[in-house]
Write a protein that binds this ligand. Structure first.
Ligand code: PLP
Length: 218
């Protein structure tokens, strides 16, 4: 299967109101260009340095999303161009993004990563922490970040009911946060194996990698 064919196949399964992030991590520019030539403009990377390298080489109308763990000392490298940061796990990171965005006179869109999986290895904050951040005075002083929603990853399991419960949990956390802050629009959940289920549960943004670009060899 070609990248073009895979991408068209995924696009045909995604309703218009859901945004597709093509997760290109570990993949070479030549692969990403195939998706670009098929019309895809939003790509997700999980390492800041890789995203910077690809940004420099590739067409400038690409919107680059940081979907991985955000190392605070590297935020400065992506602040001039990153389009959406999915994995904000705490207030300190938000503060650093704000500081670096200000240097470029930008307002950077961010998602708060919520821990919905049962695995200890998954990152993210609790619903309460997210709510506290959004209501805090310290947050209201950050003029160069715009929190537009939440992101979550389900447990790595074959148990569809468990995945569904976790996605439903993220949707309900989003609904509660939105009552306090109606700027929120985005629920980033769903990957190659579970994006259809995520959309059923209310996802507005899916992050699909291997179903488009093939398996990754780390
Ligand atoms: C790698 C990754 C994806 C894509 O995973 P696939 O199973 O290849 O679709 C989505 N989200 C995050 C946060 C990732 O790290």
């Amino acid at each position: 299967m070609s990248i073009t064919k895979n991408l068209q196949d995924i696009q045909s399964q995604i309703p218009e109101n859901v945004t597709l992030v093509a997760v290109s991590k570990t993949k070479p520019v030549s692969d990403i260009m195939q998706a670009y030539q098929t019309g895809q403009r939003i790509f997700g990377e999980n390492k800041i340095q890789d995203m910077v390298d690809k940004y420099e080489e590739m067409p400038k109308d690409i919107q680059w999303h940081m979907i991985g763990h955000v190392q605070r000392n590297k935020v400065k490298y992506m602040a001039s161009f990153v389009s959406l940061i999915h994995g904000v796990e705490n207030f300190k990171t938000l503060k650093e993004i704000n500081k670096q965005a200000a240097k470029h006179n930008r307002i950077i869109d961010c998602l708060l990563q919520i821990k919905i999986a049962s695995e200890d290895t998954k990152f993210g904050m609790s619903a309460n922490e997210a709510s506290e951040i959004l209501q805090s005075e310290a947050f209201s002083e950050l003029k160069n970040v715009n929190v537009v929603g939440v992101m979550g990853m389900a447990t790595f399991t074959d148990d569809q009911e468990q995945i569904r419960n976790e996605f439903n949990l993220l949707k309900s956390i989003f609904n509660n946060l939105k009552k306090e802050n109606n700027k929120l629009t985005t629920i980033s959940m769903g990957m190659s194996g579970d994006f259809k289920l995520a959309i059923q549960c209310g996802s507005t943004m899916v992050r699909v990698g291997s179903s488009i670009f093939g398996n990754r060899n780390y």
